[in-house]
Design a protein around this ligand. Structure first.
Ligand SMILES: *Cc1c(COP(=O)(O)O)cnc(C)c1O
Length: 418
């Protein structure tokens, strides 16, 4: 909502609000876009999933590989179809198309290739043990993609329409690519928006493309012996206050690979990104990070970095962990969102108060962390319950029960399969 009282210097917020207000469908909370806030008809078409056209691939042309084979090569294996929607500044969003998966065509001068006008989402479709196909809280991914899109001056859309498009792709490709014979499996969905205007010069693109693919992705939540983290090099941060670490924009990830590769060569899985001279713990790779420790007063706490300084990504998994722990573990564990430093973690470990740690995100799901190397310290984290901590395992099963339909919950959105 537009805030009249915002100070003039709050430019990022104001710019994003202007962009939303300029799109009648969003300002009104409606999807038809025929009526602006001032009552005039708009010729700029909003994103409209109901217009989706379908051009089917030959269903016999490709066989569905088994999960292990699909994830063993150097190329992501996508399903038969993808969805694309073009946009340009003068006419708005074009007709969404569901069509055979294949290459996109871009000019070498396209904005995205030079100025990183790209953002993306990642969510999974889960084949339930009850046979149903579900998405997990896709409304949150759609809203976050709108936020990321606006952050890099790409066009606004109604997130409800994006959610419908994601469901439409799964309705078509779900039955073949995530068959009922594979309960407990998933596909990875990757919506993205790119600036396509073929003109050099640093400016907001006047043409864009939204696309959605569905693919295989390896299981990353059970690395042998737990996930091992290495803190970032002293001269590097992932994000900074005033930056865009809170948005899922491609520009956040390419530059992180240097440190990640270095850590991999030393036998670590991901970087634990610290921030500032204090060494605040922020995120583990592209996942949110949690520790369970006992405070000096003896209180068991589940601790994670806060959202308010906009350093970290507001993960759907993170939110779900926080909410479920508050709802279901309140008698045992206090949930704390606050800034905390690597020194506090090292100290808790030395004093025998560190109980567990895990990474949380769609790709890594809930992944137990067994070790953190920080400069010359090695923090070893107990894994009492086999390959995981006790609360890590509890929280993981709360969420996976919702994803795979062991319990019925409003966060599990069932796909109406064709
Ligand atoms: C995507 C992502 C996460 C996890 O978000 P989910 O919505 O839980 O998948 C966390 N941190 C970063 C930096 C990410 O890119």
């Amino acid at each position: 909502m537009l805030s009249q009282n915002r100070p003039a210097e709050d430019l990022t917020e104001t710019a994003m609000e202007h962009k939303i207000a300029a799109q009648p469908a969003l300002a009104n909370g409606k999807a038809n876009g025929t009526n602006g806030t001032n009552g005039t008809a708009s010729s700029i078409a909003p994103l409209d999933a109901s217009k989706l056209t379908i051009q089917r691939a030959d269903p016999t042309a490709r066989e569905v590989p088994d999960e292990v084979a699909a994830c063993s090569g150097n190329e992501t294996i996508c399903t038969d179809h993808m969805i694309t929607v073009a946009w340009n500044a003068s006419t708005g969003w074009a007709t969404p198309e569901l069509r055979p998966y294949g290459p996109l065509s871009l000019m070498p001068t396209a904005s995205v290739l030079h100025y990183a006008t790209e953002c993306f989402e990642g969510l999974k479709a889960y084949r339930g043990h009850d046979g149903a196909l579900r998405l997990f809280r896709p409304d949150l991914n759609a809203r976050r993609m709108l936020m990321s899109t606006l952050r890099i001056s790409l066009p606004a859309f109604d997130p409800a329409e994006l959610e419908k498009l994601i469901l439409a792709l799964m309705a078509v490709d779900g039955p073949k690519w995530l068959p009922r014979s594979r309960p407990g499996s998933y596909l990875y969905l990757r919506p993205a928006v790119i600036g396509t205007q073929p003109q050099l010069g640093v400016q907001a693109p006047k043409a864009a493309l939204l696309f959605i693919t569905a693919s295989f992705m390896p299981r990353l939540d059970v690395p042998a012996g737990g996930m091992r983290l290495h803190t970032n090099p002293e001269d590097m941060v992932r994000a900074w206050v005033g930056g865009f670490g809170y948005a899922k924009v491609g520009a956040n990830y390419g530059p992180s690979l240097l440190a990640t590769n270095e850590a991999r060569q030393r036998g670590f899985g991901q970087i634990l990104w610290l921030y500032g001279p204090e060494g605040f713990c922020t995120e583990a790779g592209a996942s949110n990070f949690f520790v369970v420790w006992r405070s000096r007063e003896g209180q068991l706490q589940l601790v994670t970095a806060p959202l308010d300084d906009k350093l970290i990504l507001d993960g759907v998994t993170r939110r779900s962990v926080v909410q479920l722990a508050k709802e279901r573990l309140a008698d045992e564990v206090e949930v704390v969102e606050r800034k905390y430093t690597i020194d506090e973690v090292v100290e808790a470990s030395k004093e025998g108060r560190l109980v567990e740690a895990f990474a949380a995100g769609t790709a890594f799901f809930i992944c137990p962390v067994s070790q953190i190397r920080h400069r010359d310290h090695d923090v070893h984290i107990p894994m009492v319950k086999g390959e995981s901590g006790l609360y890590t395992a509890k929280i993981k099963s709360f969420i996976s029960d919702i994803m795979y339909g062991n319990v019925q919950h409003p966060w599990g959105v069932v796909v109406d399969e064709q």
